[in-house]
Design a protein around this ligand. Sequence first.
Ligand code: ADP
Ligand code: MG
Length: 280
Amino acid sequence: MHPEATTGAGPAAQRAGTDAEHRAVAAAPGSPLIELRGVTKVYGSGSAAMHALRGIDLTIGAGEMVAVMGPSGSGKSTAMNILGCLDTPSAGSYRFRGLDVDAMSRDQRALLRRHALGFVFQGFNLLARTTALENVELPLIYHRLPAAERRGRARAALAAVGLTGWEQHTPAELSGGQQQRVAIARALVTDPDVVLADEPTGNLDSARSREIMDLLRAMNREHGITVVMITHEPDMAAYAGRIVHFLDGLVACEAAPVADSAAAHAGADTGAPAPGTGRR
Ligand code: ADP
Ligand code: MG
């Protein structure tokens, strides 16, 4: 078993991959982990132009756990995709550990994604007809590790999310909560600096949602992994140390989570009450 999969974020130099890859994503010392400045995103052009982001400033330090909230269409996923190097801004700058992401080539951004970022999605995004173990191993294929080490790390990551014994099951044989735990193991297995989660509990009931949030918080607190997650539910946002509210493609405000703030924000997007805030 490879210890890194369970002991969490180590120095970049300890990660799998070549030296050249490490240099490509090496940090500029003393910089914030994530820094967006004046980031805009326009889809389409002319009269069909859709301004998804209108100038986002956001700084996230290493080790933070940040919740992103806001109505549907306010630009949360667009911002997350830019943070995840899955999309590029139309204007503005994105620095990751002080590195200018906009100046990177496609390949360099892919390296950053591979070595520093992990992703968790609302719909789990697991490969069907592929076992839990193979799903978790997948990101390591790009790290050029020997098969036995890949397998060992994937097993350890599944153990870390409480899925020992479920390695050979396919997604269809797992519950929603278990599938999301596989997805978290897949995000964890590369020992990332940041996990980006877009509505990770959106398809889960409240008990399962809490299990997922407990896992994300443990990754954050015990392994020092920075977590940025989008959620509609104040009860889930309350797990974060900081809440950033989006509105109309802008950061509208920031707040520290308050334990009983649920009612104030409940159903801002869906019109549905958050778990535990149902009408009497
Ligand atoms: P949120 O995640 O907050 O619901 P999104 O970031 O998904 O919001 O979307 C912000 C706006 O940008 C929405 O109006 C959406 O319709 C639009 N949008 C998102 N992705 C695309 C795309 N690929 N092409 C055109 N418009 C898009
Ligand atoms: Mg979204």
